[in-house]
Design a protein around this ligand. Sequence first.
Ligand code: ZN
Length: 190
Amino acid sequence: MRSPDSGSEMEEIFSALRFAADKHRSQFRKGEEVSPYINHPIEVAELLVRVGGVTDASLLQAAILHDTLEDTETTAHELDAAFGPAVRRLVEEVSDDKSLPKAERKRLQIEHSPGLSTAARQIKIADKICNVRDVTSKPPRDWPMTRRVEYLAWAERVVAACRGVNPKLEEEFDEVLAEAQVRLATERPV
Ligand code: ZN
């Protein structure tokens, strides 16, 4: 059965897609394939729906917008005006403070994750699933093996700090991580 609200929810989701596609329009992923950046947030949202069974429109909007604050010129005010305070807050929850050095930001992701909302934790797990896959099969050209291995270990710690929100997504992460570890171990030069 369609909920009476499904039309407007569809509209909200597509409006987020259009906004994110525009904000990321000149960006590309770091991998060898150089795919358009927007492919990444689309993958994260698709995973939340398909694997995580997520149907909440605000959560999916925030997933689509999850890198706009961190990686584009988008402001919190803009998100608020376009999508409302709930979506803006969720995107803020999953964004690092860019004024901090990278290592500190990575440490804080582990430290802050247990205190995030269940919606934000689901987005973070889906994001890490996609990133672990990318680091495994289409890593940034300039990443040596040690950096890829370190990324997997860090992602595992962030997801450990997010657990208890969506068993299917958490299982998917475990599978993707195990595959990644096997694959990198066989690729690793002896
Ligand atoms: Zn992301």
